[in-house]
Design a protein around this ligand. Structure first.
Ligand SMILES: Cc1ncc(COP(=O)(O)O)c(C=O)c1O
Length: 376
């Protein structure tokens, strides 16, 4: 008996690895063939970090970015053979793990450098660091004018090796690139000042910069959202963002169908009443799957190639769809598309994001753990 019971879950995320390959090739071209270090943090932006990471390694990518040390550990333990760059700041208590799992970590405090040096010395290893410089993100990083002093102090620790210097863009996805240009200028000055310190990789560009500020690719770029075929924003200048192909489709099945009379209140709080006799489908999808309750009565789902409105409050595990338009053509078990294509219709992650007043990043990273990611 096949005991892969998880695939018995009726709501599934389908992951198209050909589209991932296509997006990587596009990004590689735009980055002028410079090394790409794809970001697979937050479970591969919700797509499944292991699936995405394995495919990237198959494609020849050797360095992958995560946000946190445990994310790297999980992937190493799962057998992914790559160098993991940990992008978020962490605390000295993680240093032993960083060394044991061969991670390269972003640092911006001397406390972290010291504790990494101690852990590396204990293990008889060397540890590679990436120094984060804050050129305007205002999140983590030392100021550009502190770089040389920091590098000098790192020189006191023979177990650490500052392999990279990096920065990050807060506004590269906006139409006006003036602020990003200023950051690039500052970063160039950092490069010049640190010339004699043997830095191997200067890296700055995220997805938005790869499209609109390719001069920021320097020695490597760190694309995230775009590898998944999603646009960094709707205000990108480079028309080639339209060549991205979405990697994820989210689909479920109809588990119940009922005819109800006009004036029937549906789901918690009866936020929706039928105006006419209606055919209502139940689907096993709710906010427990990462579809926000705030989207209640706002979503269009695809059934039989037709846009059908989601009606009533989205519950934790189920919600309702008005399929009256499909009377006589719809049955139990039929496919319902939340994100993706069906026939000539398509619902995009951007559409959901706009309805929720957020960005595509948040929609995909919220897709719940319990939903199986199925490779197509
Ligand atoms: C430091 C850093 N680099 C690169 C990325 C990838 O950014 P994007 O997904 O916009 O390409 C992120 C994502 O937030 C990040 O925090």
């Amino acid at each position: 008996m096949n005991l892969n019971y998880r695939t018995g879950l009726l709501t599934r995320a389908f992951i198209n690895l050909d589209h991932l390959t296509h997006n990587m090739n596009l990004l590689k071209e735009l980055a002028g063939n410079r090394p790409l270090w794809p970001a697979i943090k937050a479970n591969g932006y919700g797509h499944g970090a292991e699936i995405i990471g394995r495919h990237l390694i198959r494609l020849g990518y050797k360095t992958l970015c995560v946000a946190h040390v445990p994310e790297a550990i999980d992937l190493v333990e799962a057998g992914l053979k790559a160098t993991f760059v940990v992008l978020s700041a962490t605390l000295p208590e993680n240093s032993e793990y960083v060394v044991a799992y061969g991670c390269e970590i972003v640092v911006c405090t001397l406390e972290m450098v010291e504790s990494l040096a101690r852990a590396a010395s204990k293990a008889g290893e060397k540890v590679a660091l990436h120094l984060k410089v804050d050129t305007g993100m205002g999140r983590i990083g030392i100021r550009p004018d502190q770089v040389i002093e920091f590098l000098e102090k790192c020189g006191d620790f023979p177990e650490v090796y500052v392999k990279g210097i990096m920065s990050h863009f807060p506004r590269a996805d906006e139409a006006d690139k003036a602020f990003s240009q200023k950051q690039i200028h500052m970063f160039r000055q950092v490069i010049k000042a640190s010339e004699s310190y043997g830095i191997e990789v200067y890296h700055f560009a995220n997805s938005a910069a790869i499209f609109d500020l390719p001069e920021a690719c320097f020695d490597a770029a760190r694309p995230g959202i775009s590898i998944y075929g999603l646009k960094p924003s709707l205000t990108m200048s480079n028309p080639r963002v339209n060549d991205l192909k979405p990697v994820l489709e989210l689909k479920t099945r109809i588990t119940f169908l009922k005819e109800v009379p006009a004036g029937t209140g549906l789901s918690y709080g009866h936020t929706f009443y039928t105006e006419k006799p209606s055919l209502i489908a139940t689907i096993p999808l709710g906010y427990g799957d990462g579809i926000s309750r705030r989207l209640s009565n706002q979503l269009d789902l695809l059934v039989g190639g037709v846009r059908c409105p989601q009606v009533g409050r989205i519950c934790m595990d189920q919600c309702l769809v008005d399929v009256t338009a499909l009377r006589g053509r719809v049955k139990l078990g039929d496919e319902v598309v939340i994100v993706g294509r069906q026939g000539k219709e398509e619902v995009t992650v951007d559409e959901l994001a706009e309805k929720l007043g957020t960005i595509n990043y948040e929609i995909v990273t919220h897709i719940a753990e319990r939903i199986p990611r199925i490779v197509v």
